[in-house]
Design a protein around this ligand. Structure first.
Ligand SMILES: [Zn+2]
Length: 428
């Protein structure tokens, strides 16, 4: 037995004092430190004399008495009853952890405590964010044309406005890189992030889900492992603590840019490339991805497109509201229609993975293929989609288009930030 709710009458027990218990709880924000639990453990009470409902447990990392879970005979009584030996858990997880002491070792519990307390500290430090969930903050230095230090907050929906070569795609790639593999590789290939370690470039994001908040900072650091051979490595910090890696799936990113248009506009090439990208992001075999683009999945759809598989990697698509009540091969519908049709598939993918937090980046290379009416419809649709956890960044060249979108959504507009040659409009 290691919990503080046990009777204190047993001899030789090193229980926490009520002051220590309170300290453990407060450092944890009264939130269970079991990974991904996030249970808030304190509230008012309508009947207890303390006026408090308290469903938390200051659990001993190593037991308060011999025979208890994870008991450590080496440490002193003072250490055993000190704040450092306590982790704040909800009642369920306190019991679960003690019932499975082989799986949850003292080292594991210590790691959780450190990470959870750092995460709470970070939430308090950064205060209110514009976006409740997703990527809430971005900072960087010495990446591409951005030599100075920049930092900005993201809203739930965002318009990033700037002319050609103003760095919109750079910003998008910085953010996307935190989702790992395909995006990280593209980012590193383009900016030679690690190779340029001599300038100590760094990128950092804060991310928040319903149960978790963290910040991840990646710095390229020069090292000299052998004589005269300078090399570089990536230094990772999670919540300001050095870390072996970071959670790539805390926010999933789809970065739609020029997938449709970079190959001489041939849509027969573009569709396989777009589907391959989705498969890569979802870590799904490509054929499985193609298999999922079938009529029955699109009974309900956002824009009203219908899809029919004709052969191995070919589709026929029915375009809505076009007085065309028939399917056409993928290569025969227009670029604008293809863009929306592909977004239809993207939104379905997001819907099917609605337990995840998604950041959908619609870069200017993609967005400009839509006319203003469709741009507005898309922005509106995503802003009002309540069935999915989706955060968005729309990149725009033209101030008039951005202003049109902003005016049409004035009631949810919250903020404009300027950095470099860019303006970022944020929306609720
Ligand atoms: Zn819990």
């Amino acid at each position: 037995m290691s919990t503080d709710s046990d009777t204190a009458s047993v001899r030789n027990r090193n229980d926490f004092s009520s002051k220590t218990r309170e300290l453990i709880a407060k450092k944890s924000g009264y939130i269970c430190a079991f990974p991904d639990c996030g249970w808030l453990t304190i509230a008012g009470s309508d009947s207890r004399s303390s006026e408090i409902t308290d469903i938390g447990v200051a659990a001993h990392i190593t037991a308060a008495a011999p025979g208890g879970p994870r008991y450590d005979s080496i440490i002193s009584s003072e250490e055993r009853s000190s704040e450092r030996n306590g982790i704040w858990l909800c009642q369920n997880h306190a019991k679960h952890v003690d019932d499975n002491e082989k799986e949850y070792t003292a080292d594991t519990l210590r790691r959780w405590k450190t990470q959870h307390e750092a995460s709470i500290f970070h939430r308090v430090k950064t205060g209110e964010e514009l976006a409740p969930y997703g990527i809430t903050r971005v900072s960087f230095k010495n990446v591409g044309a951005f030599k100075e230090e920049y930092s900005f907050r993201l809203g739930q929906h965002n318009i990033l406005l700037g002319g050609n070569e103003s760095g919109k795609t750079t910003i998008c790639q910085i953010i996307a890189s935190f989702s790992g593999t395909v995006h990280w590789n593209k980012f590193n290939e383009r900016f030679h992030f690690i190779e340029r370690a001599a300038t100590y470039p760094y990128i950092e994001v804060s991310r928040r889900t319903r149960t978790k908040a963290d910040s991840v900072r990646l710095t390229a650091v020069p090292t000299e492992e052998e004589e005269n051979s300078a090399s570089a490595r990536l230094h990772v910090e999670v919540n300001s603590l050095p870390s072996m890696g970071w959670s790539k799936t805390l926010v999933r990113v789809l970065h739609l840019n020029e997938q449709f248009y970079k190959r001489s506009g041939d849509l027969n090439d573009a569709w396989p490339e777009c589907v391959a990208y989705l498969a890569e992001v979802l870590d799904t075999p490509e054929d499985l991805m193609w298999d999922s683009i079938r009529q029955e999945f699109f009974q309900t759809s956002t824009f009203g497109f219908k899809f029919k598989r004709t052969s191995h990697r070919e589709l026929e698509i029915k375009v809505p509201k076009n007085n065309r009540d028939f399917y056409l091969p993928q290569a025969l519908i227009s670029g604008g229609e293809s863009t929306l049709a592909f977004l239809e598939i993207v939104l379905k993918v997001i819907q099917l993975h609605s337990d995840d937090y998604w950041l959908l980046i619609i870069d200017s290379g993609f967005f400009v293929k839509l006319d203003v009416r469709n741009q507005e419809a898309l922005f509106d649709t995503l802003r009002q989609a309540s069935d999915v956890n989706v955060q968005t960044i729309f990149c725009l060249h033209a101030e008039k288009d951005a202003n049109a979108l902003k005016d049409a959504n004035q009631s949810s507009w919250v903020n404009a930030q300027h950095f470099g040659k860019l303006t970022l409009h944020s929306f609720l």
